[in-house]
Design a protein around this ligand. Structure first.
Ligand code: 0PR
Length: 368
């Protein structure tokens, strides 16, 4: 601690300098987050002091969380779905597997089956919950091999996980087949749509991935990714509106006497931000955002192929991957690399057409 406080001017000069050290979003091509929508920022600022961890003190904010869940419930074809706002995909995935474990509490040495493409949050979830994680391979198309997943099921299996919009290659696993397998074996089936949940429903030809498939138990979706909300905001949805209460613990001195959330103190501000974006844009607005991102993804892929860098996969959502050497990308562009060493670019809303052209121009000049 400083002994004597700083002046506000001194302090904010320091903070501004630190902010300038961050990478300019104009050059960030590697992120699944984006610049929040202006209505999200405005709503966030209105609800800065709210705490959903003690909802009885913030009934208005709490009703916004309920509305947010209702919006996703109807978007995912189950208007009466339950759920709550999490800190993001990691918390949603941990809580989904926690629900699975409670549902199958009689199972000794429980295991869960995840695609090898699953986000690393499942490793955290399995570590915390003491679950064996079985990785099902993906096929040549980078989608989970449903038959191989089924062959990993045994009497200790409690859950299957499918991903709708994989982190690295932007693929949607064969969710309908996996849902059938889960039903056949009476397993909990969690769909990680942290990224794709706000893309797939707005595509011209959406692949089935949600509660329209009877076997789907829970869905994770992150407003702080394609939902353009402020960070942190994820949502965990449950087909059974009462399912989350199976995680309840006693909270005697709060305004509510029980809670199922992982976090205690929970921010209301990004929840207001997330709802603001959905209600401001509506389905039409979200379709336009997604159409723009998909068009830019297509343009990037075509441009890179012209430069001699073929795509690694044909993505279902706005994640483009390329066969490209690691030293082939000039600074100050920030890109990422998959575990299989493919160049990966996420065409988020801030990566607009002009940025794609600027990137292709720089790549073209370097490789002329
Ligand atoms: N599930 C999927 C499919 C994800 O892609 C991610 C994160 C998660 C779960 C976990 O979500 P949270 O990070 O919200 O807990 N995907 C990105 C990734 O790991 C997150 C990210 C975003 C990383 C922005 C970097 C970055 O700059 O790549």
């Amino acid at each position: 601690m400083l002994n004597k406080g700083q002046s506000e001017e001194e302090l904010f000069t320091f903070l501004s300098r630190k902010k300038r050290e961050d990478i300019d979003h104009d050059f960030i091509l590697s992120s699944m987050c984006t610049i929040p929508h202006s209505v999200a920022v405005r709503a966030h600022c209105m609800f800065m002091e709210t705490n959903l961890g003690d909802p009885g003190l913030f009934p208005g904010t709490y009703s916004l969380e309920r509305l947010l869940i209702r919006r996703f419930g109807s978007l995912f074809h189950c208007a009466e779905a339950g759920g709550y706002a999490t800190s993001g995909g990691t918390e949603s995935n941990i809580q989904a597997l926690r629900l699975a474990k409670v549902q199958k509490s009689g199972t000794r040495s429980p295991n869960v089956i995840v695609p090898e493409s699953a986000h690393f949050s499942f490793k955290k979830a399995c570590d915390i919950l003491g679950l064996e994680m079985r990785r099902a391979p993906v096929g040549k198309d980078y989608r989970m091999d449903a038959e191989k997943a089924a062959s990993l099921v045994d009497k200790h299996t409690i859950a299957i996980v499918g991903v709708a919009g994989t982190t690295e290659y932007g693929m949607v696993d064969p969710i309908a087949n996996l849902a059938k397998i889960a039903q056949q074996h009476d397993l909990f089936f969690h769909v990680d749509a942290a990224f794709g949940g706000m893309v797939i429903p707005f595509l011209d030809r959406p692949v089935p991935f949600d509660f329209a498939l009877p076997g789907v138990t829970t869905i994770a979706v992150d407003p702080h990714k394609m939902g353009m909300s402020t960070i942190p905001c994820g949502c965990l949805l449950t087909r059974d509106p009462g399912l989350l209460t199976t995680l309840n613990i006693e909270t005697p001195y709060l305004t509510v006497k029980q809670e199922f959330t992982l976090g205690g103190t929970r921010p209301g501000a990004p929840v207001a931000g997330a709802l603001a974006v959905l209600d401001y844009l509506g389905t039409e607005g979200m379709r336009a955002v997604v159409a723009g991102c998909m068009k830019n993804t297509g343009r990037l892929i075509a441009g890179m192929e012209t430069l001699g860098f073929p795509q690694a996969a044909t993505p279902d959502v706005n994640v483009a991957t390329f066969v490209c050497p690691e030293d082939a990308v000039p600074g100050p562009w920030r890109v990422s690399w998959t575990r299989r060493k493919h160049l990966r670019i996420v065409c988020m809303p801030h990566v607009h057409a002009g940025r794609i052209e600027a990137f292709l121009k720089d790549m073209g000049e370097l490789h002329a």
